[in-house]
Design a protein. Structure first.
Length: 236
C-alpha cells in the first residue's frame, strides 16, 4: 500500500485518531509539517490519499504554502486520489474546488451534535444512521459547498459540517480526529479565546473536558465510519 500524505498546519493540531486508525489497518502514512517549514510536494506520485488537518490560520490568509496545497488538492481530485479534510482541511478543499470560506454566523467551540442532511449521500459514509451524532468543533469560519459536492451533515450553529464529492472525497468542518490529549492541549492554548467569546456555540473549558472518555469514544465511532469508507478508495 502506498502511503497517505498528511498535512499538519499547526504543531498542536496533529492527526490524532486519524493515524491511530491508519496504523490499525496497516496503512502507511507520511507527515508534511507545514508548521515546521516542510515543502509542499510537487506531485502525488507514490501517494495513495491526501489528508488535511486543522489550523488556526484562515484559508484566505496570504501564506506561501496555501496556493501549492490548493493545487495539490485539485490534482488529487482530478486523479481520483481520495482527499479528506478536517476543519481547516475541509476549508482548503472547498476553496481549491471552487467554494469560498468566510465567517460562520457563530463561533463554535466544544462538543455538539451533527445531523444528517442527505440520507442517500450519507449512507456510504455513515450507514443507515438517522440520529444526530456527537462531534467536536473549534472554528470561527466555514466553507460554502464546492460545485458538485453534496452536504451530508449540519449542526445547530453551522449549516455546512460535511460534504462529499464523487463518493471518494470528504471535507468536514468538525473535528472527528480528536483525542483526550489533543482536547486538553487545545483547551490550554485556547483558554483565552474561549473566555473572550460570547457566542452561544462556545462552551467553557470545564464543559468541554467533562465526560471526556465517554464523549471521545462516541466521537471515534463517528470517525471509524467516515475513515472506513474513505480508505476504500485509496490508490494501491
Amino acid at each position: 500500500m502506498l502511503p497517505v500524505l498528511i498535512f499538519r498546519h499547526s504543531p498542536t493540531e496533529g492527526p490524532g485518531y486519524f493515524t491511530t486508525f491508519l496504523d490499525r489497518h496497516g496503512i502507511p502514512w507520511r507527515l508534511v509539517r507545514i508548521d515546521a517549514g516542510d515543502a509542499v510536494p510537487e506531485s502525488l506520485n507514490g501517494i495513495s490519499g491526501v489528508c488535511l488537518m486543522g489550523g488556526h490560520m484562515s484559508v484566505n490568509d496570504d501564506l506561501p504554502w496555501i496556493p501549492p496545497v490548493l493545487a495539490l488538492i485539485r490534482e488529487a481530485v482530478a486523479s481520483d486520489i481520495p482527499v479528506i479534510g478536517h476543519c481547516l482541511g475541509g476549508q482548503l478543499m472547498a476553496r481549491a474546488l471552487g467554494g469560498s470560506v468566510g465567517a460562520n454566523p457563530e463561533k463554535e467551540i466544544g462538543w455538539g451534535e451533527v445531523r444528517i442532511t442527505d440520507a442517500d449521500a450519507a449512507r456510504a459514509w455513515l450507514g443507515d444512521a438517522t440520529q444526530p451524532m456527537l462531534a467536536f468543533h473549534w472554528h470561527g469560519e466555514t466553507f460554502s459547498l464546492p460545485p458538485g459536492a453534496t452536504r451530508i451533515l449540519d449542526s445547530a450553529f453551522c449549516a455546512n459540517q460535511a460534504y462529499v464529492l464523487n463518493d471518494r472525497h470528504i471535507g468536514m468542518q468538525c473535528h472527528v480526529e480528536m483525542t483526550p490529549e489533543l482536547i486538553a492541549s487545545w483547551c490550554d492554548s485556547g483558554a483565552a479565546e474561549i473566555a473572550a467569546s460570547d457566542s452561544p456555540g462556545v462552551q467553557s473549558v470545564a464543559a468541554i473536558q467533562s465526560d471526556m472518555p465517554v464523549r471521545t469514544a462516541q466521537l471515534h465511532q463517528l470517525a471509524d465510519k467516515i475513515y472506513s469508507r474513505w480508505i476504500q478508495g485509496l490508490r494501491k
